[in-house]
Write a protein that binds this ligand. Sequence first.
Ligand code: HEM
Length: 595
Amino acid sequence: MSTAPRSYARKVIQPEMTVRQVAVDFPASQEVFRRYGERDSPPARFGHLEPLGHFAQRCGVRLDALLAELATATGAPVESSGRFAERAHHGFILSALAITLTLGAGWGAWLLWQIATQGRFTGVPAAYVIAHGEAQLWGFIVLFVMGVSLRTVMQGAVRIPGGVWVCRAFLALALVGVGGGVMWSVLPEASVSAGLMSAAALVLLSVGFLGLQFVLLRGKWRDTWTRAVLASGFWLVAWACVTAWLRWNAGAAGPGVYTNEQRLLIIELAVFGFAMNSIYGFGQMLLPGLLRIGSTRDWAIELGQWLHNGGTLVLCAAAALGGSGVAMVAGSVLLVGGAALFAVGHRGFVGRRRTSHGEEKGHVVLDFYPPLAFFWLLAGLALMAGGVAYESANGTPLPHAYVGAVRHALTVGFMTTLILGVGQRLLPVLDRTVLAIPRLAVVIFVLIGTGNLIRVVTELATLVTPVAYPLMPISAVLEWTALLLFTVNVAATMFHRDPLLRRGRVTGRSSLAVLLGEHPWIENRLRPIGTRYLERTRSVPEELTLGTFAESEGIEPAGLVAEINEWLATGPAAGPQQCVGGASGATVGSDCASR
Ligand code: HEM
């Protein structure tokens, strides 16, 4: 069985909790709610499915006053940083996407165009290629992983007092690190201090992140996924220190003087050390559920992780110390073994068929992203192992086109495809909503899949014929467009407003939780038409749409939507009612008393 993380919920009262949830968890709170007019309504449990924030607003009492009353009545601690904590990843994800569209893939597309028009890979300055690579790795991959971490396994760090500032400091350090690095790469003589200061920012960021990982996860170190996540933190620190050391040595000459081994070392630490350990750690937690794989083969995942980190260590040592070709071959073979075992542990990433087509599950095409990504991982690592074996047997260095194609298969074919697929499935869940434009996932899949295939094939083909050069930029257009559409879908999901809030009417895609939060009286109307779920539950997940809710309760969705819109048009049955004032003594026109 997979070792999924345990719940991080503590017994605290938060503004997002529903009245019923608080009433069930802390029975002493019922007295407070009763003072405001909340009534028993059997057979449902006490209290409506209305978040505390809405309840306070409707009853004309300040939220902090209500929370204070609840804390006094129940003796439970109150936590009000909930909203920021739930959005902690937004700044990271949006910055990651802005960077990849500009300094990352945007700049990469321009570099590829230059290479294509000149018909040679040396046609662009090495410093620019390195700057593009660092922007992608630090700005896109690291920010994405950090954002998701702070919203999931490291959410505890955001919820402590001052957690907001920890998040902001991490984001600021990352932006300084990426911005300063690019400035130094382009104008090394004029910006030596920017290069060094940005490197120091990256070291601080990585040490701080590892420190937090250690504090939050050390109690769970026996779980395989935790060790993968912690390993990613260790590799991140090593990568940042190597980056700082290289910048210090290069000084006013800029990154153009890095040797091929030094460039390789940076990429190995970033891709095999940080990124793949993060993917293996998070993958073990998320993929079985997302792909309905069921139980995982933990022995394979565990062994694969050891092989992967052993291989990474051997490869990095070989790049740093100028190790032998044998070491390179051994390291690559270990990585292939690790990836193959990860796939075996996840039963080839082929899960059970979907039993429900509810929008919360995302578009069916999202199931195809992980297998495609892992295909490219295995293909890329196999090409790499074959390449270094050939290199050590013949004693001639591999051509740039071969190395570039393998690297692209790993960074775009594997990592980016996985981020785009899992991102469109996971980010809506983190925002407790559904993906804004589900069909875009199909277009993005086709664009990233075709773009990467064209890039790997045409880059390899330049070894045989120069005709392949002008074809390479086609891949850049497709991949950049995929990233742009992904950004559109993610931003539309993050800033999504429910149709009810925009137009005052619901659709099949409206959130049931939003409806019940805005109009708690609708719950009373829904119960008699057979919705037992509403009597049992303590809170409704915000991503549950009316359409899926209706289907699961055996009600015809279109009919239910029409009926609710009719109710909304006429409003709660009885005339203006009073919400009984609590500590504030306020009264407002409301339906409280009619319950
Ligand atoms: C539209 C998408 C992209 C384009 C057009 C692009 C273009 C390029 C080009 C032209 C090069 C230099 C030539 C070569 O080695 O093949 C390069 C290198 C590189 N790219 Fe990209 N790239 C893209 C996406 C990415 C992504 C998503 C990542 C990482 C997540 C990435 C990481 C790298 C790295 C690490 C290097 C090598 C840097 C070095 O040699 O030091 N690229 N890319």
